[in-house]
Ligand binder design. Structure first.
Ligand SMILES: Cc1ncc(COP(=O)(O)O)c(C=O)c1O
Length: 465
């Protein structure tokens, strides 16, 4: 398929809301699809038959998932290389990578294919952008104290990258606290505006804003278009969107978003095998100054070309992108249909859990994508990040439930967030929904938590000393 956007199965707008859950705890969402020639429920089961049996896997947000037909395609690409490496490298490799980049260019609505680099992951994309900031300090284009701005819950690897490339070079960091629980985009925009004003009041020149498209913990869809616009109005020099969770989870249109740099993983919500991400860099005066941190003989030939060869390694996760597009085209509405159905299903499951536990969601449904934060009963006594981590391990080991747990403590001088009948909700389960999930996965989590509450369990019981 030359242009996936031309295919109504990828960008179809004819999606009907799926039916309600039936009594046997399985979604009916594929019923309509199979009659129209789309993938059937049993074919989906087959595609994920390699998942360990008996595990309620509701943490797709962490490592994503890869269907077996894509794993097979990946093996075919690996064999193509191993069969005759010289021929593959000299006659086919670059063309195939360019083909993958062209497909992605269309998918994210970039202007030029040179703006699209395939890199290993969001961590690498961030290192490319922040390394460039580091050089600007080292080469005297930025002055000591010049700032970057980020959310307090930016991903830890990104914070470390800021430490390595910005703080170490003499830069300063403005931290914007993401309100959580949160009820509107305006709350986030107001906090961001305050952060920029704080920086200005301190006389700081803000060189880069780093904005998540979907934060990791807690998971919240951030109003990126509004924040990018705000940054432009306030004179922030460049904007980098860490959209590790975005593609396949929210609609991505880089022209509409308007950031200078945008990185999104393809292995989280887009069914690619680990690991591959897209780093979009808008053409600008700094375009030729961006470099991959792994320097190869392609150094100086443009970031996309540098990224396409970082020495001998396995590039198969980048080569399977055409097959992944074929895979998503088997679903009604393609990737847009998948993400809408995931969203509806995860919200329904989140509301089911919150109602059952007597808690509430951390944000309204329109601020969630395919991940929802569900308040956990206060009686579980989740009083620290360690408690949250221990509970997560306990749910895996005792109940075979894979779910991320977030601790959100009360903040000084602020409201105590959401409450249940026993007190302040300080723990949230981040539940994900991907096409392989069934209602039983969420029932398993619901029952595990209810059993713990019934037993009078608190996280204190998991403390090692
Ligand atoms: C917001 C965010 N940024 C960056 C990353 C890092 O992604 P990766 O490990 O694929 O580099 C993650 C991973 O979950 C994330 O959630």
């Amino acid at each position: 398929m030359d242009d996936p956007r031309d295919d109504p199965r990828i960008n179809g707008d004819s999606y009907d809301h799926r039916e309600d859950v039936d009594g046997s705890h399985s979604f009916k969402k594929q019923k309509l699809s199979s009659t129209l020639g789309f993938i059937s429920e049993s074919e989906i089961r087959q595609e994920f038959a390699h998942h360990k049996h008996g595990i309620a896997r509701i943490n797709n947000g962490m490592f994503g998932s890869c269907p077996s037909s894509i794993i097979s395609a990946q093996k075919r690409w690996q064999l193509r290389f191993l069969e005759q490496p010289d021929d593959f490298f000299f006659n086919h490799f670059q063309k195939r990578i360019l083909h993958s980049r062209n497909l992605i260019k269309t998918l994210i609505n970039a202007e030029h294919v040179e703006e699209v680099s395939l890199v290993d992951n969001a961590t690498t994309g961030a290192a490319i952008v922040l390394q460039h900031v580091g050089w600007a300090f080292a080469e005297g284009r930025f002055q000591k104290g010049d700032a970057v701005v980020m959310l307090h819950c930016a991903f830890e690897a990104i914070k470390k990258s800021i430490e390595a490339y910005v703080t170490r070079a003499g830069g300063s960091v403005i931290v914007v606290h993401l309100p959580f629980p949160v009820s509107s985009n305006e709350e986030i925009i107001a906090k961001f505006r305050d952060g920029l004003a704080r920086g200005k009041a301190n006389g700081l020149k803000i060189r880069l804003a780093i904005i998540d498209h979907i934060t990791s913990m807690p998971a919240v869809v951030i109003p990126v278009c509004s924040l990018v616009k705000l940054c432009r109005e306030e004179g922030v020099e460049r904007v980098f969107v860490d959209a590790a969770h975005a593609i396949g989870n929210v609609h991505v249109n880089v022209k509409e978003i308007g950031a200078d740099f945008y990185v999104t993983n393809l292995h989280k919500w887009f069914f690619c095998p680990p690991s591959v991400a897209v780093l979009y860099c808008k053409k600008s005066d700094v375009f030729s100054e961006l470099h991959h941190p792994v320097v190869s003989h392609e150094y100086g030939n443009g970031l996309a070309t540098e990224s396409a060869w970082i020495g001998t390694r396995d590039y198969s996760s980048q080569l399977v992108i055409p097959e992944v597009l074929e895979f998503v085209s088997r679903f009604e509405g393609g990737i847009e249909g998948i993400r809408r159905r995931n969203h509806d299903a995860v919200v329904e499951m989140g509301e089911m859990l919150a109602t059952d536990w007597g808690t509430s969601l951390g944000s309204p449904p329109d601020m969630c994508a395919s991940m929802v934060m569900v308040g956990l009963p206060a009686s579980l006594g989740i009083l620290s990040a360690d408690d949250a981590f221990n509970l997560r391990s306990f749910l895996r080991n005792r109940f075979m439930v894979e779910v991320a747990i977030h601790y959100e403590g009360p903040k000084d001088g602020e409201s105590h967030g959401n409450m249940d009948e026993l007190g302040c909700i300080s723990g949230y389960a981040r539940i994900s929904h991907q096409i392989y999930n069934t209602v039983d996965d969420y029932i398993k989590l619901r029952d595990a938590v209810n059993q713990l509450v019934h037993e009078g369990f608190t996280c204190k019981a998991l403390c090692s000393s």
